[in-house]
Structures are given as C-alpha cells and as structure tokens.
Write a protein that binds this ligand. Structure first.
Ligand code: SF4
Length: 252
C-alpha cells in the first residue's frame, strides 16, 4: 500500500519512521471454531466461572451485549459505571483487542477513548483504517476499512489496577464470542492482558512482537498498548513496525 503524503506527515508527527511493507496476496477469511475451552492452567479458578462459554456460544450481537451489560460474574461489576462492550464493524477484517477499560472508557462506554484512543485512531488512520462507519462505503469494502475494537475485560478495575486472573477468566467467554461473531482476518493484540488471554502466554510483549502468531487459525500480531506508548514514546517506532507487519500479513 503506497503511503500518502498525509500518512507520511502523520507518522512524522508521531515520531514514527516509515517502512514500506512488501506486497502480498489477500488471505481467505478464516472461521473460528465454536467451542474453545475456558478452563486452563493459567486460569485455574475459571472452572466454576459464570458465564461459561456454553452460556454465550449461541448469542447474537444484541443478546451478547445485553448479557455483558447485566453481568455480575466477577467483583468488577460493583465499581463500574457501565460495561464497555466494543465498537466498530461487526464483520470487520481487522479486530483490535485491548486490555481493560480505564476511567474515560468507564464514563463513555467505549474502548480506547481519551489520549490512548486518539493515538490508536491516528495509527489506524495511517494504514487506511478506522473505527467509525464510513459514509457511502458498504459491504465488504466497509468491513475491510472499519475495524472492530474490544477489550479483554468489560468492566473497569478500580484505580486502573491490573485485572486478576480470575476476572480475566470469567470475562473471557464474551471476548471469545465477539471473535466468533466478527470472524476477523487478522487480530491485533495490544498489551499484556490481551496477549495472555489470546495466546496463553506470559512472555513479555517485547519477546512476542515482530512475528505472526495464530489464534484459532487467525493471524495475530502482538504489539504495545497505546497507553504504554504514551508513557514510552521511544517505542512508537516498534509499534509502527508491528502495524506494518499486520498490513503485510493481512495483504492490504
Ligand atoms: Fe462480567 Fe466481565 Fe464485568 Fe466481570 S468484568 S462483571 S466478568 S462483564
């Protein structure tokens, strides 16, 4: 994909060096199996978790959103203003998975808002993607350009603390169902907890980024969370490399 003058300028403003991805052929859409085990060695306390994957495995978008809104499966329900479900195209080719809602997400009910959301939007815009519906763009063209964004955890941990393993496990069926419904062609996992949930890996992001992983047959790229990039702007160049790898993998 050739970089426009506008994209180049935007990347320059972000302090990101430009790298031209190699051309590749588009991948075929990959389906995700319905059944995925929830109980794992990493999530031992999920054995009696509610909701279970079976509870949500047949839900459509509206029912799933209602189930999340009403969920009291972990203690995070007590401190939330509202749940943060997800946003974007329901059959997007690209799915972005973040971590847990922060204060602004809790207030607005949308993932990746505030400064980290702006950075994510700038990065996506630089590769021709966005979270908002595009006027006049429909069908597969819309699915190719509008991403779907969801968090691993749907309720804000108090004081923005890290989510506990038990909370991640209890919330995981919702994310799995979102992945099943979207059926993305590529997944961008942003941050440690997204990676832990999707790859079952506790390795640092720095060791996992830079290569193509697989989640249920779907290519998955690991990268830093925008909030981390705001605290560590010298890492933006690596995040840009990760985006370029995702572009090359998705064949855009
Ligand atoms: Fe339910 Fe997830 Fe919220 Fe916990 S974080 S109450 S599992 S929606």
């Amino acid at each position: 994909m050739p970089w426009s003058e506008r994209q180049t300028k935007m990347l320059h403003e972000m302090g990101i060096r430009l790298w031209q991805p190699p051309p590749s052929e588009p991948d075929a859409a990959v389906s995700i199996p319905e059944a995925v085990a929830v109980e794992t060695a990493e999530h031992p306390s999920a054995v009696a978790a509610t909701p279970s994957l079976g509870d949500v495995a047949t839900l459509g978008w509206d029912q799933l959103r209602e189930a999340v809104t009403a969920c009291t499966a972990c203690g995070l329900c007590k401190g939330r203003r509202q749940t943060v479900f997800g946003v974007g195209h329901q059959r997007a080719h690209w799915m972005i998975v973040g971590e847990a809602p922060g204060e602004q997400e809790d207030i607005q009910g949308e993932p990746f808002v505030g400064k980290s959301g702006q950075l994510l939007d700038n990065m996506l815009r630089a590769i021709g993607l966005g979270r908002a519906e595009l006027p006049g763009v429909e069908g597969d063209a819309a699915a190719a350009r509008q991403v779907y964004i969801a968090n691993t955890i749907k309720c804000r941990p108090p004081g923005n603390r890290n989510p506990e393993p038990d909370e991640l496990a209890r919330c995981e069926p919702f994310l799995i169902r979102q992945l099943q419904l979207v059926q993305p062609k590529i997944i961008l996992a942003m941050g440690r907890f997204a990676v832990q949930s999707l790859l079952r890996s506790s390795e640092p992001i720095g060791r996992l980024r830079g290569r193509v992983h697989q989640y249920q047959g779907v290519p998955l790229i690991v990268t830093y969370h925008p909030a981390y990039l705001l605290r560590n702007p010298e890492e933006k160049a690596k995040a840009w490399d990760d985006l370029c790898l995702a572009v090359a993998t998705a064949g855009r």
